[in-house]
Design a protein around this ligand. Sequence first.
Ligand code: ZN
Length: 283
Amino acid sequence: MLSALIVAMAAPAYSAPQVHPLGPGLYAYISDNDASANSTFLVGTKAILVVDTGLNQQEGGKLLHAIRDLSPLPIQYIVNTHYHPDHQGGNSTVGPSAIVINTDWTRERTMQVINSLPASERGRFRPADLTFQQRITIQLDPYQADIYFPGKAHTSGDALVYFPHQRAIAMGDLFLNRSSPAMDQGSAKTWIEALDAALKLPLEQVVPGHFELATKADLSRFRNYLNDLYQQVYALTEKGATIEQVKQGVHMEQYQDFRQYPKYEATFADNAATIYSQIKEQK
Ligand SMILES: [Zn+2]
């Protein structure tokens, strides 16, 4: 009785990360920290591939622990969907000798991030060993990971990872489940096209960059959010609306359950303002 009480009191107050099997060898790691990204990992017969590694040593350590509960195999590949630290700050912890893969653009931005930090904070990053522009396929016997650049979206160099055997995809921050996304030097127009292309893939499970595991229907709803917002902003811009009028003039009532994060500039109004600026730039 007493020992049970001590165990109960020692249990952390926060919820634990969750690991969901997605198909043979493939798992989603759903972070319990909103400020640290979700991950996806594929366990082959000889090695493991991990997509995104969390914010820092601590989050990377939690992910590594979850992987080691399932497999002792070496972590041979890390794919970072983009350069934001919450997706790659665990690289050194999760895969100190893994081959790190991302787009040319992501590597360049990662080097800028690293060079902007004091030397004492650089250690958690491991910039890419292998970069690509359009597409690269990793054969992780007996499975496969198709890594591709879908066009400018959340950033100008995101990578998506599709797992054909498991009919699953890791979306990075191109998709946050039931949430307004952050928009960083990307393009909402080609982002919507990228979501349309992903929705055409044989797909059952979708791992969002943040928040709970999703279905194709959830991805479709997020696509509709972005598209509705884009169409409304476009129409208002055509009528000569100012940025303030656009921020206040969009109607997003049917997406009221979406999370809003003012601190990450991820609200309906923030997204509307970003889209407005992108449309103005294109004119
Ligand atoms: Zn991001």
